[in-house]
Design a protein around this ligand. Structure first.
Ligand code: UDP
Ligand code: MG
Length: 325
């Protein structure tokens, strides 16, 4: 066992980081589950009573922030920050992690809809006490997902890996990170965030905890297919330049094929067997046009990302706070 120096003296201060976007339907129920978990861990002497449940309101349009404010005045373990507008799940988690960085020993990011089994927290804390600086929550099964969600999600991890973006298979954003990792992570200044690919880059000793992913308690998913595809593309382009290498490969292949075609046409010409040639010429032009546009598009995506990065705009803006900070 590694001995650790805890901020709170004898015991480890845990911050649960919970992003919330339009979650009025689930928050009243799940907040109770989170509180019970923290209180039980405190009672059993596993964590410090200074531990907190930090809700990050991601610019919700419903009563989410009112609910968070009420919770914060009902129990000192609940606190909340509100973003000035909706910035998306990744930025909401980032805002929470940065808020917790200097106040906790470990931060655990967890969805607010009850899908991530909160009981995995016990094992995460055990792995941390045993020396791990990052503990990844990994889904043991996807029984509750539809066939479509399961295949697209699993395909997502495979494509990411193939494209050179190293991630932990079937790990989303349910993870424990130590304050030491958070302090190093604060130096990763990128605007295009893909947290699950960034933490492996921070390094340090890590561990895995398996958990079962439940169904959403109420409300609807905010991750339809187009957002999932967007996240996948962001993951690939943030972590890897493989698409640019693929373009080079494609360019070489097309050039080699064209070279063969040139020889073929010269030979045909010399043999006096010239064809009318309209169909073949147009198809070659169309094909090359397509390949070029696609390649320029991929390069353009990277240029666009560079543009967003060089502006150094803030990744989140906190407009309000609630509770005992
Ligand atoms: N979320 C957020 N901002 C957004 C979308 C989602 O903070 O713009 C939060 C949401 O409240 C939830 C978590 O991110 O706690 C995961 O979202 P959701 O459950 O909708 O996605 P799914 O679990 O279906 O992938
Ligand atoms: Mg969910």
């Amino acid at each position: 066992m590694t001995s650790r120096n805890y901020l709170g003296g004898g015991k480890c201060i845990v911050y649960l980081i919970i992003p919330c976007y339009n979650e009025e339907a689930v928050l009243p129920e799940t907040s109770g589950i989170f509180l019970e978990k923290i209180l039980t861990l405190v009672k059993n002497g596993k964590i410090s009573d200074e531990s907190r449940i930090l809700f990050v309101n991601d610019g919700s349009k419903d009563k989410t922030w009112e609910i968070i404010k009420n919770l914060s005045s009902s129990d000192r373990h609940f606190i909340g920050i509100s973003q000035s507008r909706n910035r998306g799940h990744q930025n909401a988690v980032l805002a929470g992690l940065m808020e917790a960085k200097d106040k906790c020993d470990v931060a655990i990011s967890v969805d607010c809809d009850g899908q991530d089994d909160i009981n995995a927290v016990d094992e995460m804390i055990e792995k941390y006490t045993a020396g791990a600086e990052i503990v990844y929550g990994v889904r043991s099964a996807r029984k509750t997902d539809t066939f479509f969600k399961r295949t697209t999600a699993e395909g997502f991890y495979k494509v990411l890996r193939w494209m050179g973006a190293e991630t932990v298979y079937n790990h989303a954003d349910y993870r424990l990170v130590s304050s030491r990792v958070l302090k190093e992570f604060a130096n990763f200044k990128e605007v295009n965030l893909f947290l699950r690919g960034l933490f492996p880059l921070v390094g340090f000793k890590s561990a895995i905890v398996y958990y079962e992913r439940h169904e959403r308690i109420a409300g609807e998913s905010h991750y339809p297919l187009n957002k999932m595809l967007g996240l996948a593309w962001n993951g690939i382009t943030s972590l890897s330049v493989k698409p640019l290498h693929l373009i080079i490969g494609l360019g070489l292949l097309v050039s080699a094929l064209s070279f063969v075609a040139v020889i073929w046409s010269v030979v045909m010409q010399l043999l006096g067997k010239t064809v009318a040639g309209w169909a073949s010429t147009t198809s070659i032009i169309a094909f090359l046009g397509g390949v070029q546009l696609l390649s320029i598009g991929v390069i353009g995506e990277y240029v666009g990302k560079i543009y967003m990065e060089v502006k150094h705009r803030p990744r989140y803006i906190i407009s309000e706070r609630a509770g005992d900070f």
